[in-house]
Structures are given as C-alpha cells and as structure tokens.
Design a protein around this ligand. Structure first.
Ligand SMILES: Nc1ncnc2c1ncn2[C@@H]1O[C@H](COP(=O)(O)OP(=O)(O)OP(=O)(O)O)[C@@H](O)[C@H]1O
Ligand SMILES: [Mg+2]
Length: 238
C-alpha cells in the first residue's frame, strides 16, 4: 500500500525550547487505523502538527501522500479535528450548517450543489446525527458535538482522518460509540485514521497499530503486544 504519512528521523523543538520529539520514524500506509497514545506533554499533538505540515521539523523529513507535508497541496484529502474543538460550539450554527461548512471547503467559489447536499446528508447519517441536524450545536452534549465535527470532516470525503483527543469530556459509553463509529468508517470507506488520545481503550479492539509517544516512539505494534504496564487502566469494557 502507498504511504499516507511518513516521518523520517524527525526531531522537533519549539523555538529554543527543549526537545519535544527526538528521532521519530513513523510510516502509516493508506487504509491503516492507528492509535497514537502517550502521556500529557508527550508530543502527540506536536507529532500531528508536523505530520500535517503545520510545523517544520528541526531535523528529518515529513511526507504526506508522498509529498513534502509543508507544501502538500490536496488539503481537502485531510479531515482534521484539532484538540479541544470549541469552534462554533457557542455559535448559533446548526449541526447541518456545520457539516455543510465542511463540504464547502471543496467549493471555495459558489454554492453547494445537489451532490454536495447529498454528501452532507450521508455524513450526518453515518454519524447518527440525522435526527439532530436541525439542532443548534450549542444545545448538544459533548459527545454529540464531537459526532457533528466528525460529520463535518467526513462530508469532504477525506482520505485521511486525524482526530486529536476526540473523547475529551465524553463519557465511556460515548467513547465506545465513537470507537465503533470509527471502526465502521474504516471498514466501509477504507479511510486512513490517526486517532490520538492519552487513553486508547475505546479503539484498542479496532486498531491494527498502537504507537506510544513520549518524546520518542517507545512502542509501535499491535495493542496485543503492548507490555502490561502500559495498558490503560482507566477504561474497562463491560
Ligand atoms: N506552541 C508551543 N510552544 C512551546 N511549547 C509547546 C507548544 N505546544 C506544546 N508545547 C510543549 O511541547 C510538549 C509536547 O506538547 P504536545 O501538545 O505535543 O503534547 P501532547 O502529547 O499532545 O499532550 P496532551 O496529552 O496534553 O494533549 C509539551 O512539553 C508542551 O509544553
Ligand atoms: Mg495533545
């Protein structure tokens, strides 16, 4: 499979600050579902920002779909839910308007066409938000808001979906529902998924690979091979 993402010998620090990432090698093939975990401050968000070309490595190379990440052109191939997405949560927009905005990213000029509206409805359906589509985002629970933002990303039919701590403030049942939703998206659409969280219990059953980041990549393999002391004690399945 061609690579969606490649980091080669990457070091990174913010300005003159201490090393945040050191000697990171990571290859993610198209179609993989990968969880990236690690402690607070371990460098997960920074790793994503490097991967998406939002930061420049101090050393090494970062490629997105084979192109230099910093100048990668096909931005609409990427759906990115940044950490603690609060955008719009207090704004009066409805769920459907938020998802339409995701689709409109493909149409910088002009109104949404019929096929765009179909893509919006399909994305709402996929995340189970169709019935709530007319609701204002500000009236929804945290888990429902997260699903609306996932629908926003899906509406543009991304090849790569990147979620940074999508379960912040979401209870364990909703975390499991999100894990199951991502599993379905991965199975049915073949979308490449990077799921970043300091806890990975919600997706542990579904991912082929778990990558643990603590300045360096300290583990990269199937969750079943994770040494016991790394397991996430905060998450249990009934
Ligand atoms: N804009 C910034 N300027 C300077 N230092 C930063 C900046 N962003 C992050 N850092 C530092 O870089 C390190 C890694 O931060 P990062 O946000 O990548 O960690 P994380 O693994 O995503 O943590 P969390 O689990 O809390 O989201 C931390 O020590 C943090 O203080
Ligand atoms: Mg983070």
């Amino acid at each position: 499979m061609p690579l969606a993402l490649e980091l080669d010998g990457v070091d990174f620090a913010y300005g003159q600050g201490p090393a945040v990432l050191t000697d990171v090698d990571l290859r993610v093939a198209e179609g993989e579902f990968v969880a990236i975990a690690g402690p607070n401050g371990g460098g997960k968000t920074t790793l994503l920002r490097l991967a998406l070309g939002l930061e420049r490595p101090t050393r090494g190379a970062v490629l997105l779909f084979g192109e230099a990440a910093r100048t990668f052109g096909a931005r609409t191939k990427i759906g990115y839910l940044a950490q603690r997405t609060k955008i719009g949560v207090h704004a009066p927009a409805t769920v459907r308007e938020v998802v339409e905005a995701g689709r409109a990213a493909l149409r910088p000029v002009g109104r949404l066409r019929r096929d765009d509206h179909a893509a919006v409805e399909e994305a709402l359906e996929r995340v189970g938000m169709h019935e709530l589509a007319g609701r204002r985002l500000s009236t929804l629970s945290g888990g429902q808001q997260q699903r609306a933002f996932i629908a926003k990303a899906l509406a543009a039919h991304p090849s790569l979906l990147v979620l940074d701590e999508p379960t912040t403030g979401v209870d364990v049942a909703a975390q499991d529902a999100l894990g199951a939703l991502l599993h379905r998206l991965h199975e049915e659409l073949g979308v490449t998924i990077l799921y970043v969280s300091h806890e990975f219990g919600a997706v542990e059953r579904f991912v082929q690979r778990l990558v643990l980041v603590r300045e360096r990549i300290v583990f990269d393999g199937p969750p079943s091979q994770l040494p016991g002391l790394w397991h996430d004690p905060s998450h249990t399945h009934a």
